[in-house]
Design a protein around this ligand. Sequence first.
Ligand SMILES: Nc1nc2c([nH]c(=O)n2[C@@H]2O[C@H](COP(=O)(O)OP(=O)(O)OP(=O)(O)O)[C@@H](O)[C@H]2O)c(=O)[nH]1
Length: 149
Amino acid sequence: MGDMPDVAPSRKHTEVAVGILLDPQGRMLLTSRPAGKPYAGYWEFAGGKVETGETIEQALRRELHEELGITIAAAQAWRVTEHEYPHALVRLHWCKVTRWSGALEMREGQSMRWQTLPLDVFPVLPGAYPVLAWLAAEQGFIGFTHRLE
Ligand SMILES: Nc1nc2c([nH]c(=O)n2[C@@H]2O[C@H](COP(=O)(O)OP(=O)(O)OP(=O)(O)O)[C@@H](O)[C@H]2O)c(=O)[nH]1
């Protein structure tokens, strides 16, 4: 005894690219996490882990193509947040996407909903809460952005 540090070694961040797809009416696209992933069934913004050598925009373009079948035009980098889950410490790179080509297809068996605030989907991944607050501020929306139960 005595050799072990009494603090957990720091965990490396997992970098994640997340797309806030906005339609011409300003609605946001939320999708449900597919079965088999941590937090399956939770609602999220589409995206996923950045792979070695990719920029955030490249990762976002790849993920949205894999998950939704669309090809995005330029994405606007917007905010960066961090969230600690039991399974991972993630750094989320939030990008707004207003232009894409192709029809939305749920290629991973997810569900999708175009949403305005307050969201009516439930539950939402906690890592997305701060972004909902910023979107609310931007839209002049006052009140709870999402349900907690
Ligand atoms: N896509 C997405 N991920 C989010 C959001 N909020 C949030 O905390 N995350 C976290 O970011 C990480 C994204 O990883 P993921 O599992 O979706 O990524 P992936 O598709 O590359 O996963 P894979 O390893 O199964 O291929 C998860 O830990 C997830 O909990 C969100 O709104 N959208």
